[in-house]
Structures are given as structure tokens and as C-alpha cells.
Design a protein around this ligand. Structure first.
Ligand code: 5GP
Length: 203
């Protein structure tokens, strides 16, 4: 029995926790899952593509979309805007496709308020030291940006208790399997299924 409406899954995690790898593995395991491509005003990192990882916009373009009410939620971190387009989630959901959003804690809170049925998952590192090492090892951040991101980590950790699930990324494959398990179990919840007329006796 398939839900008529797709499910929203919000994944958050500290910078450098390895979200990208884990999330990609989740997509490889679940064909009925689509990524919500966010808009951002930050510059693309090497290997990132417009329309795949993000829609990379200028500040003017982003603010025009705010004025046109095109976002479900948006936020400004440091000096960059990030936002989820209504069109990225409403269309797939109504077609019964699940949508995964990768958001910071502000975005996750906003989505949970607007879509109480959404499932929120926070990915943590095994320890803060592992995280620091990953962030530096990534080689894409300036020293300034690393310091800012570490400060943000401290702030974001206060919000973990508001999430539905918390998984540790020790081994990416295991972490991804846990998230796949969460999504599959959520679909089996009676409240998500149309069970009322399932065993109606035709006599
Ligand atoms: P990054 O610059 O590393 O890609 O993302 C920085 C932070 O912004 C991450 O925590 C990421 O999950 C979050 N983020 C990405 N897209 C959105 C969005 O559309 N809305 C919100 N609220 N956060 C986002």
C-alpha cells in the first residue's frame, strides 16, 4: 500500500559531518526519493553544479524570489542566503514522491512547523575532534570560515533535541542504512497509511 502523498525528510548536520556522502547513499537505496534543490547566494565549490547541488543566485535574484513569495523558508547564514523553493517540494509530494531536504536547524524548524508530518533527522559526528579534522581536511574552507563554522556548530547543537531522530556518522554506509530504515519505518506508520477500508468484507 503506497501513500498518496509523498513524505518530507529533513536532514541536518554540522558542517563537515559528511552529510553529502551519506545523503547520496540514501538516494541510491531509495528510488522514490527526490532531492529538494535549494537556492543560495554562496559561490559554488569545486565540483558543484548549478541546478544539481544548488540553484546559485545573485543576491538580487534571491531577493526577487523572496518578494515573489517563492520560498517555503529561507535563511541568511553569515553573508549568504539559503532557501527552499515551494516548487521543489509541493510538486513531487502531490505525485507521491518523497522529498529530502538538506537544511540548517532554522530551516528544519520552519519546515516542521509548516509540515508537522515531516521527519527530521540530525547527523552527528562521532566526536568534535573528528569533525574539526574533517573540516580542515576538506580543504575548501578558509581559516576564517572554519572558525565561523565551528561557532555555528556549538549553536546548532542546542537544537538537536528538537529533531525526531539523531544518527551518528561513524561509517557512512551504516549511517545511510539507518536513515533508509527510518524512512521505510515511517512509511509503515498506520497514521500514514489508508488502512480504514483495507479489509472491508464485500458480502
Ligand atoms: P553549505 O554552504 O555547506 O552547502 O550549507 C550551509 C548550511 O546551509 C548547511 O547547514 C545546509 O544544510 C544549509 N542549507 C542548505 N540549503 C538550505 C535551505 O534551503 N534552507 C536552509 N534553511 N538551510 C539550507
Amino acid at each position: 500500500m503506497k501513500d498518496e502523498q509523498g513524505m518530507l525528510i529533513v536532514v541536518s548536520g554540522f558542517s563537515g559531518v559528511g552529510k553529502g556522502t551519506v545523503v547520496q547513499m540514501v538516494f541510491d537505496s531509495l528510488p522514490n526519493l527526490q532531492f529538494s534543490i535549494s537556492c543560495t547566494t554562496r559561490k559554488p565549490r569545486s565540483g558543484e553544479e548549478n541546478g544539481v547541488n544548488y540553484f546559485f543566485l545573485t543576491e538580487d535574484e534571491f531577493e526577487r524570489k523572496i518578494a515573489n513569495d517563492e520560498f517555503v523558508e529561507y535563511t541568511k547564514t553569515f553573508t549568504n542566503y539559503y532557501g527552499t523553493l515551494k516548487s521543489e517540494i509541493d510538486k513531487p509530494l502531490s505525485r507521491g514522491v518523497d522529498v529530502l531536504l538538506e537544511l540548517n536547524v532554522v530551516g528544519a524548524r520552519r519546515i516542521k512547523e509548516m509540515y508537522p508530518d515531516s521527519v527530521t533527522v540530525f547527523i552527528t559526528p562521532p566526536s568534535i575532534d573528528t569533525l574539526k579534522a574533517r573540516l580542515i581536511g576538506r580543504g575548501t574552507e578558509t581559516e576564517d570560515s572554519i572558525v565561523r563554522r565551528l561557532r555555528e556548530i556549538e549553536n546548532e547543537s542546542k537544537d538537536i533535541e528538537k529533531y525526531d531522530y539523531c544518527v551518528t556518522n561513524n561509517v557512512a554506509r551504516t549511517c545511510a542504512d539507518e536513515i533508509v530504515g527510518i524512512i521505510r519505518s515511517e512509511h509503515l506508520k498506520v497514521s500514514r497509511q489508508n488502512v480504514k477500508n483495507l479489509f472491508k468484507a464485500e458480502v
